[in-house]
Design a protein around this ligand. Structure first.
Ligand SMILES: NC(=O)c1ccc[n+]([C@@H]2O[C@H](COP(=O)([O-])OP(=O)(O)OC[C@H]3O[C@@H](n4cnc5c(N)ncnc54)[C@H](O)[C@@H]3O)[C@@H](O)[C@H]2O)c1
Length: 445
């Protein structure tokens, strides 16, 4: 079904309710809801019951991502930005210019005392996520936090436990869970289109150093927090967390039981502490594996989330699938190509054993009709249709209805723990087995 959101920036409000309605229709089939149950909390009837009500939203952390969310919030009918907080005055100023009527705070604890706030969006460095989330839940606020959940396993468990003990709404911005091509792709996987899932392969290649300019040296660790271990889990928490959530989603809560990997600083030797190159393998108890690779000094391979089935392959980031028997490259064409490329010292045409092994030309099939939006990761002003605006809208609705989004916290917990275990494996050079004390009932092994 065609699923296009009409967004007219700056002229009129996004047709968010229509959008939710579309999403609801799209998600209304039992199959789609079965593969993405979190969509139930933002179905059209929920949007209708919210009517013209507005969730009073505050932002803690008004840097790049915080301002991105502000641009999206300004288009959400059920949202009103009432307060902003940042410890870095220039970012608070910038955010304030986008929503001048919002109250300003330099200390998030004072903001949490503000009774005129329903929900907070936490877009601060990873090292602060757990503390601010716990304080915000404690103060009775609904919370939307950025991925990943927390910097340490202990913190993840503390947040998860706090969530299970309270009634507040808690979201993590793992926007692929609200991205139509991922939702539909997962539905097709569940329907058996690519057969048994036999493995997963994800990668994220960029050619950029992650470094930001600082006005003076005392701001280095605040502004370049991604580069330091006190505040960041590096490539695993910043990039892989999204992709491991996709793997968990495709595996239907089945979790890898062990992980090993290697991490290094290969190119950006600029004083950073986090790896700029990681290769990680997760292994499930039945032998299936996730292969994860990220490098930020070569972008040739781009970003992809590949789910490999015995009948086909999903490339969810591109929104395309391929079927194993849909290979238009005939064997003889491949043989000719391989002869031309001098793949063989001699040409083994006489024997029955020759099979084409180079990648064939598979026919790409789109997962969804209509335009496919691919997040370039560069948009800092909102609405790049990667699901970020939808999940934010769902959160605002939940602030009004009080309804939690099913499994969002569990998915974030599972993905974050996998990231942190990979970091441990790379740091120690060992195979790390999933520790029992961080298992939650949601997981299957
Ligand atoms: N979901 C996604 O795709 C996505 C994309 C980008 C960033 N993020 C996440 O968003 C978060 C922020 O990333 P960013 O790129 O905007 O970083 P940033 O450095 O641009 O912004 C972080 C802001 O938090 C402020 N801050 C730090 N400690 C604070 C505190 N105790 N109280 C109040 N403010 C505080 C900083 O001064 C800064 O303005 C990170 O967790 C990051 O992983 C998620």
């Amino acid at each position: 079904m065609v699923f296009i959101v009409q967004i007219v920036m700056g002229k009129k409000e996004i047709g968010r309710r229509d959008f939710l309605r579309e999403l609801g229709i799209f998600a209304g089939g039992a199959a789609a809801l079965a593969s993405a149950p979190w969509l139930a909390s933002c179905s059209p009837d929920k949007a209708d019951s919210a009517g013209k009500e507005k969730a009073r939203i505050a932002l803690i952390g008004t840097g790049s991502r915080g301002q991105y969310h502000i641009h999206n919030l300004l288009q959400i009918a059920n949202a009103e930005i009432v307060a902003l907080c940042d410890i870095y005055p220039p970012h608070l100023e910038e955010a304030s210019s986008l929503c001048p009527s919002a109250r300003r705070y330099a200390d998030y604890r004072r903001l949490l005392d503000d009774k005129e706030i329903d929900g907070v969006i936490i877009a601060t460095p990873l090292g602060t996520h757990a503390k601010i989330t716990l304080d915000a839940l404690q103060s009775g606020k609904h919370v939307f936090c950025e991925k990943a959940m927390a910097l340490t396993l202990e913190e993840c468990k503390a947040v998860y436990d706090a969530y299970t003990r309270c009634d507040n709404v808690l979201y993590y911005c793992m926007q692929r869970m609200y991205d139509e091509k991922y939702i539909k792709g997962m539905q097709l996987i569940r329907d058996g289109l690519i057969g048994d899932v036999v493995g997963m392969r994800c990668c994220w290649f960029r050619n950029a150093d992650w470094r930001r300019p600082v006005p003076s040296p005392e701001y280095e660790r605040l502004i370049n927090w991604r580069l330091y271990r006190e505040s960041s889990g590096g490539l695993m928490t910043e990039l892989a967390s999204h992709q491991l959530e996709v793997c968990n989603w495709a595996a239907g809560r089945m979790m890898p039981s062990s992980v090993t990997g290697m991490g290094d600083i290969v190119y950006w030797k600029d004083g950073r502490e986090v790896y700029d190159s990681v290769n990680v393998i997760y292994r499930y108890s039945d032998g299936r594996k996730i292969s994860y690779e990220s490098l930020i000094s070569n972008k040739y391979n781009g970003m992809e989330d590949q789910i490999l089935g015995h009948l086909g392959t999903m490339e969810l980031a591109k929104g395309i699938y391929y079927l194993e028997n849909d290979n238009s490259h005939s064997g003889i064409e491949q043989l000719l190509a391989q002869m031309k490329d001098k793949v063989f010292a001699s040409v083994p045409v006489a024997g029955p054993s020759w099979r084409p092994e180079i990648q064939g030309r598979y026919v790409p099939h789109p997962i969804i009709d209509g335009p496919i939006h691919v997040n370039g990761g560069q948009n800092t002003v909102g609405v790049d249709k990667d699901g970020s605006d939808v999940i934010l809208s769902a959160f605002c609705l939940s602030c009004i209805t009080g309804e939690r989004a099913e499994n969002v916290v569990e998915e974030a917990y599972c993905a974050t723990v996998l990231c942190l275990l990979a970091n441990e494996a790379m740091d120690t050079g060992k195979i790390v087995t999933f520790p029992d004390r961080y298992k939650i009932p949601y997981m299957r092994f």
